[in-house]
Design a protein around this ligand. Sequence first.
Ligand code: NAD
Ligand code: UD1
Length: 340
Amino acid sequence: MTLPILITGGTGFIGSHTAVALAEAGQPVVILDNLCNSSPKVLERLAKLGASPVTFVQADIRDSAALDALFARYTFAGVIHFAGLKAVGESVAQPLRYLDNNVSGTINLLQAMDRANVRRIVFSSSATVYGDPVHVPIPETATLNATNPYGRTKLMCEDALRALHTADPRWGIAVLRYFNPVGAHESGLLGEAPNGVPNNLMPYITQVALGQREYLQIFGADYDTPDGTGVRDYLHVRDLATGHLAALRALDEPKLLTINLGTGRGVSVKEMVDTFARVNGVPIPYKLGPRRPGDVAACFAHTQQAKTLLDWEPRFDLARMCADAWRWQSMNQQGFDTPL
Ligand code: NAD
Ligand code: UD1
């Protein structure tokens, strides 16, 4: 019998796609999420995709009793830990909430895992830990430097995981630094459903495409990049999901892995807007505006470690990311509240 994997934050954007990837690989999962930033209706969508979890538990990773009860009920093969808060601006306004949720929550989870003798974890980190990178593409050995409280919580968790592995080499730990996940499941059943005004580029573009917002504001056209707009490394969330499967497999024996997950290709805001409009046949009106505070000119991954250590490479290109993001948004104008 295959032991289940625990996915914390499994009803969220990346967690739900990862649940599908694990189901496709015949891997049973249990999902724990407090639903602070996701909908329980995600579970109905997972069921339609044949990816229902063995169990869904609505609980908080800071709740030790709930974690202990769950670890007593199941013998887990490992944990994929997505649960966390991720809005940069909110983290500046509410740093203690971010530290409590992301850092205390992660430490609480690690302690519960240790008590239960489950010492295999894949952790969601972010390219934000590179701050303003000196060189692109960014290798995993680059200097780490958080520029906001959210980024600092990721760095603190990374530090805790490194210290833990040094103290107790029985742990298998994969720190995955995601670049910019976008796109959606090709069925249109799963995707990104941000609350309020989207902070990130792709959900903003899809809302402009729907007519829910009048135009996209491009944050800065005077960067030292080929067309002056910001350059990022967008990767399809379906590819990101399979990266987690690859990381779990790579942790068949205890080790510490720190790996970038990106495509290695830099894409500018203008290229993204043009590609989206071309692929989907929907115009995206935009206006050039000032830079967003805290933004960097260019950020894209050095990807050799993912190839070498995980045997993982992304499969989907930018056109496919745009097509899938638009299918999701146009089929789900009210996000997960849209009737199936
Ligand atoms: P998301 O908000 O869609 O998913 C996170 C999930 O965790 C949500 O369902 C939320 O309800 C849950 N959660 C939050 N705090 C919790 C707690 N204390 N206890 C239990 N559940 C809790 O976000 P996502 O985009 O799927 O991101 C997943 C992870 O990846 C996060 O840790 C995020 O910081 C990291 N990450 C995301 C991106 C990105 O661009 N989306 C980039 C880099 C890293
Ligand atoms: C943001 C976060 C980062 C986080 C990442 C993934 C900030 C400062 N950084 O980074 O910590 O890890 O999301 O969740 O919030 N853009 C526009 N108009 C918009 C929105 C974005 O022009 O309305 C531009 C941005 O200036 C940037 C690019 O689009 O050049 C991508 O932006 P975004 O999707 O927010 O991602 P990041 O800036 O990489």
